[in-house]
Design a protein around this ligand. Structure first.
Ligand SMILES: Cc1ncc(COP(=O)(O)OP(=O)(O)O)c(N)n1
Ligand SMILES: Cc1nc(C(=O)O)sc1CCOP(=O)(O)O
Ligand SMILES: [Mg+2]
Length: 207
């Protein structure tokens, strides 16, 4: 998987800013992966939104991932789906969606990470690295030490998530993360494109 800045959309945190607007602006700031994450909208609404973000990601050579909803991901030709430990099991999702379809899996321990890699996950969402107010049930922060431990035991890309901002992102990368997933530090910023660009420069200082 081509890594880089991974932006997750959230209309609740950014009132007045739609999933589509967040995707458009973060892509213009250089995001390489956009995840549509919405716990409230209907399937019909998600399908319509996902179709637009699918096109935006294609135009910007970025990957499009749908959170939780494999049905929406498949119906809109998304590049992949992100599944948590309580979502559709990885084995069931993989049976419906063979590679190159991307399946990312959330992990909060080394054991979960090893199981997810063995089960065919294409990347591991490791978190919450730092405390976050964005996801109420995220659990306690695992710290960069868990990123390093998972790096030692697995080879698939690590996408670190949870409380990551411009001040701590370097530490997360130094611990072995391949990509950084961000919600509030980008979408609560008055200029989503500019905030994205700053993360992109941290992730790829050579560009
Ligand atoms: C990249 C990435 N990592 C972790 C998550 C969290 O997924 P999950 O545990 O299923 O929680 P919800 O996001 O569904 O509330 C994620 N979405 N993306
Ligand atoms: C969606 C999500 N999943 C997490 C996990 O640990 O699995 S933390 C999180 C929220 C990340 O938002 P912010 O960048 O605003 O902290
Ligand atoms: Mg989920």
């Amino acid at each position: 998987m081509d890594c880089g800045l991974y932006i997750i959309t959230d209309e609740v945190l950014a009132p007045g800013c739609s999933h589509i607007q967040i995707a458009k602006e973060s892509l213009s700031g250089g995001a390489k992966i956009v995840q549509l994450r919405d716990k409230r909208r209907s399937g019909a609404e998600l399908f319509a939104i996902a179709n637009v973000i699918r096109s935006l990601c294609t135009e910007n050579s970025a990957k499009f991932i749908v959170n939780d909803r494999l049905d929406i991901a498949l119906a809109t030709c998304a590049d992949g789906v992100h599944l948590g430990q309580d979502d559709l099991p990885l084995s069931a999702a993989r049976a419906l969606a063979p590679r190159p379809f991307i399946i990312g899996v959330s992990v909060g321990t080394v054991e979960e990470a090893v199981i997810a890699e063995k089960g065919g996950a294409d990347y591991l969402g490791v978190g919450p690295v730092y405390p976050t107010g964005t996801k109420a049930d995220a659990g306690p922060a695992v710290g960069t030490a868990l990123v390093s431990s998972i790096r030692e035991k697995t080879t698939v890309p690590i996408v670190a998530i949870g409380g990551i901002n411009l001040s701590n992102a370097k530490d997360v990368l130094a611990a072995g993360a391949d990509s950084i997933a961000v919600i509030s530090a980008v979408i609560c910023s008055p200029d989503i494109a500019a905030a994205s660009r700053k993360f992109v420069r941290l992730i790829n200082p050579q560009d």
